[in-house]
Design a protein around this ligand. Structure first.
Ligand code: PLP
Length: 375
């Protein structure tokens, strides 16, 4: 089945009791036991499993081509579950350029519980190889990365990691399974902040993990899910499942508009650099062309001058909302350095854009007018 068809049908069934085509939301926290002690519907207690969450997990499992999936309350809860399935003294590699929350979680919180980490430039395969140790259990990939939009060669890193006996987890939030298939490229686990493109409407928070094999490690992840309790609530699971149905068509529009905007920005004298893997000048373009069906809806660019010029530009834009996050219908623009604080790796003139579903020409017109004041 093709991806568009899967996105509409995976995890869905007509409700057997009412014939409802859109699934009901099961808010019940508990499920009745039969006289013989069994649970006829297969559900016991909402933290362990719930029909809406199970439907979402089945949908995401199919979309990523995995053996099993688990849905969480947020992308960070899903991320945390992976690391909690490791043990004290285990070593992990994380990308230098990664979602800020991942770096904070690993370096500021999990280090206190005995997790040892090394931040590596994942685009430098020799650096990845050097950083691997006998205790390395896991290599975390995020591609395209945040906020410099770097591209990591998933297959190459997976080969190195597997050679050293480590698992590979790929944060596929930005690419989505529509554009990149990490499990087919050798990753062992895929992570999603479903808060972003999968939910797709800036109105629900969630996270998910999809595993290539339903192995002992993933059983531990599921244990963290059920006993740690950071699960996707029924309504949230329902909203993400609904969002997924239009994912392929939304992603096409995000990609088209991002490419148009990136080309415009690359030709503008007030812009020093554009980070978008669809541009032939991007250092990760060849790898992106190999492992992505399209180049995604996220870009960043550096305004000539620096912080004041970048912040000033955001106040003149009318269609670009100044807000964090990504993957919704509305275009968002963000000055990452001021959001991340003193330890940021983002250049001061850098603005990150989540390109929405507006007409690309309207976005270019708005940007052109707002940039005019700089050049
Ligand atoms: N991974 C990436 C790439 C993200 O952009 C984000 C959030 O922005 C997360 C993970 C964390 O997701 P959440 O905010 O749902 O916890």
């Amino acid at each position: 089945m093709r991806f568009e068809t899967l996105a509409v049908h995976a995890g869905y069934r007509i409700d057997p009791t009412t014939g409802a085509v859109a699934p009901p939301i099961y808010l019940s926290t508990t499920f009745e036991r039969a006289p013989d002690g069994s649970y006829p519907g297969g559900f016991v207690y909402v933290r362990d499993a719930n029909p809406n969450r199970s439907a979402l997990e089945e949908c995401l499992r199919q979309l990523e081509g995995g053996a099993a999936a688990a849905a969480f309350a947020s992308g960070m809860a899903a991320t945390h579950a992976v690391f909690q399935a490791l043990g004290p003294g285990d070593h992990v590699l994380i990308p230098q350029d990664a979602y800020y929350g991942l770096i904070k979680l690993v370096e500021d919180l999990l280090a206190r519980w005995g997790l040892v980490s090394t931040a590596v430039d994942m685009t430098d395969l020799a650096a990845v190889e050097r950083a691997l140790r006998p205790q390395t259990r896991l290599v975390w990939i995020e591609t395209p990365s945040n906020p410099l939009i770097r591209i990591t060669d998933i297959a190459a890193v997976a080969r190195l990691a597997h050679g050293a006996g480590a698992r590979v987890v790929c944060d596929n939030t930005w690419a989505t399974p529509m554009l990149t298939r990490p499990l087919e490229l050798g990753a062992d686990l895929v992570m999603h902040a479903t808060t972003k493109y999968l939910g797709g409407h800036s109105d629900v928070m969630g996270g998910a993990l999809i595993a290539r094999g339903d192995d002992e490690f993933f059983q531990r992840v599921r244990f963290v899910q059920a006993k740690g309790g950071a699960i996707a609530a029924p309504f949230d699971a329902w909203l993400v499942l609904r969002g997924v149905r239009s994912l392929p068509w939304r992603m096409r529009a995000h990609c088209d508009a991002a490419m148009t905007l990136a080309r415009f920005l690359a030709g503008h004298p007030a812009v020093a650099r554009v980070h978008y893997p669809g541009l032939e000048t991007h250092p990760g373009h060849a790898v992106a062309a190999k492992q992505m069906a399209r180049f995604g809806g996220m870009l960043s660019f550096e305004v000539r001058g620096g912080r004041a010029e970048a912040m000033g530009l955001t106040t003149r834009l009318r269609l670009f909302t100044r807000a964090t996050s990504l993957g919704g219908p509305e275009t968002l623009i963000e000055h990452r350095a001021s959001v991340e604080g003193p330890s940021t790796r983002a250049p001061e003139g850098l603005l990150r854009v989540s390109v929405g579903l507006e007409h690309p020409d309207d976005l270019v017109d708005d940007m052109s007018r707002a940039l005019g004041a700089i050049s």
